[in-house]
Design a protein around this ligand. Structure first.
Ligand SMILES: [Zn+2]
Length: 503
């Protein structure tokens, strides 16, 4: 199946054609590991996780590369402030990143290169850029190494030498801020204020690596050019990242790679929109953010993942408690239907054989069309609605002719959709736990009892039931119902849901 992709480079939605038939190389800019990730980082990872799941489902042999930036100004500053080494800081936050992404069910990329293990490739690329006349070396202050002053230099990219500079962002900023988004002051060492650092001379107290220009470390942008070319070749299919990276990071990546290799670099550029709070971009630098951990302390990871897929990836997405509560209700509702379906199917095994009901065929086609239309996840999620409605009706009358087959077909469809979207894949056996996590106090109607009360009552009821004290068990069921909670006894134990809040 062909798919169409918005390309930042051409500002058009294009039919995608891989450079080599059946194979796709994709590079996505990863995180700078010096702190916990926020919801904006979660969005990039979840978006490109759906991209990778879809491309593999379509049968492409995908190589997905996402880097870790494990040395830069912010990392060095934080490590120094903490009094710990750069390695221990970055290792800690790489592990924290994995914990967050595992909870969000993001499958790992095939290759996760780190800057510190690619110094050879980075230095080679800087040398090629200089050799081909696109970079220049400026002597810097000697740096003390083992108490001996050692000569060292900075290396800059010459923007003037590269006439197509600006083709991605369609802008040429006068002062090419290096790394962080802040503007840099006039630098007399540069020939042109647009030039940017490829290699930075070592400064006292900073980590450094030996190079042909003396001790130093890479500028920020060169790492992605070098690591993408190393793992995917000089020309590859898709490069992705957040919209904030278009300029200067991705513009500079293109210039560096093309200047060094003479090759085309990335063909399609995908950029996801910001997560906003009250319409302002979520960002570490402004303090306007929630970490993934903050959010997952209050909502199940499935709710956050679902929420992140409710907007098209190119659009902004506004984060609010109200939006998260809406997502929680929807996720809880769907899971509950799936649990009922699984329970029925376990009691009365029914294979999804024969022709699927029309609603499933239409939804299946719509799901794939939505994903192949520039990964339109809100449209893909909407494709689940009609089958869930039909499932709900069939669950109400499981004995009616054809309804068990219908339940089996819809269940199968949701499972296939879950493989692509990474939501609704948890088995019913885990539902009790999931509902407990999903049903936060905020979901209970005002004036009703909270989550802790419900859990106490449920525990008491479980004990009564194992003691075969049915009278007490019924009393507790009535008390819970009074408190707005509906109890259902299944083969997997007793389940409950906050009745009023989600109806
Ligand atoms: Zn990058």
């Amino acid at each position: 199946m062909l798919f169409r992709l918005q390309n930042t480079l051409t500002r058009q939605k294009e039919a995608f054609a891989p450079l080599a038939p059946g194979r796709i190389g994709m590079y996505v800019c990863g995180v700078t590991v010096y702190d916990y990730c926020h919801v904006g980082h979660a969005r990039v990872c979840v978006v490109f996780d759906v991209v990778q799941r879809t491309l593999r489902h379509l049968g492409y042999d995908l190589t997905y590369v996402r880097n870790f930036t494990d040395v830069d100004d912010k990392i060095i500053a934080r490590a120094n402030a903490n009094g710990e080494s750069v390695e221990s800081l970055t290792e800690r936050f790489i592990q924290a990143f994995y914990e967050d992404m595992d909870r969000l069910d993001c499958q790992r990329p095939d290759i996760e290169p780190r800057v510190t293990t690619h110094m050879g490739e980075i230095i080679d690329m800087v040398q090629q850029i200089v050799a081909r006349g696109h970079g220049y070396v400026v002597a810097s202050e000697p740096v003390p190494v083992n108490d001996q002053p050692m000569a060292t230099s900075d290396v800059y990219f010459s923007v003037e030498s590269f006439p197509t500079y600006g083709s991605l962002s369609r802008r040429v900023q006068e002062d090419n801020a290096d790394g962080a988004s802040e503007r840099v002051s006039f630098d007399g060492r540069k020939k042109d204020q647009r030039d940017f650092a490829l290699w930075k001379a070592a400064k006292p107290g900073e980590p450094w690596w030996p190079s042909p220009w003396g001790p130093g470390r890479p500028g920020w942008h060169i790492e992605c050019s070098a690591m993408a070319c190393k793992h995917l070749g000089g020309a590859f299919d898709i490069h992705g990242g957040g919209k904030d990276l278009v300029f200067p990071h991705h513009e500079n990546e293109i210039a560096q790679a093309q200047a060094a290799t003479g090759d085309a670099f990335a063909k399609h550029w995908m950029h996801n929109g910001f997560v906003t709070i009250d319409s302002e971009k979520m960002a570490k630098s402004t303090g306007n953010f929630f970490t993934i951990r903050d959010v997952l302390a209050r909502f199940h990871p499935q709710v956050l993942r679902y929420f992140l897929l409710t907007a098209h990836y190119t659009h902004p997405l506004n984060f609010s408690d109200k939006a998260m509560d809406e997502a929680a209700k929807r996720v809880l509702n769907v899971y509950e239907k799936l649990a009922q379906a699984d329970e029925l199917l376990a009691r009365q095994p029914t294979a999804a054989t024969g022709k699927p009901p029309a609603v499933v065929e239409v939804a299946q086609a719509e799901l794939m069309e939505a994903l192949c239309d520039d990964f339109n996840t809100p449209r893909a999620l909407a494709a689940l609605s009609e089958p869930i409605t039909v499932l709900t009706a069939a669950l109400a009358k499981p004995k009616a002719a054809g309804n068990m087959e219908c339940i089996a077909h819809v269940r199968g469809f949701i499972a296939r959709a879950a493989d692509l979207l990474g939501v609704f894949q948890y088995p019913a056996a885990q539902l009790s736990e999931l509902i407990v996590e999903l049903a936060r106090d905020s979901m209970f109607p005002p004036g009703s009892e909270g989550l802790a009360w419900v859990l106490d009552k449920m525990r008491e009821r479980d004990t009564a039931r194992s003691d075969k004290n049915w009278a007490r068990s019924d009393e507790l069921r009535a008390e819970l119902l009074q408190g707005g909670v509906e109890v259902r006894d299944t083969r997997e134990g007793s389940m409950w849901r906050p009745r009023l809040a989600i109806d």
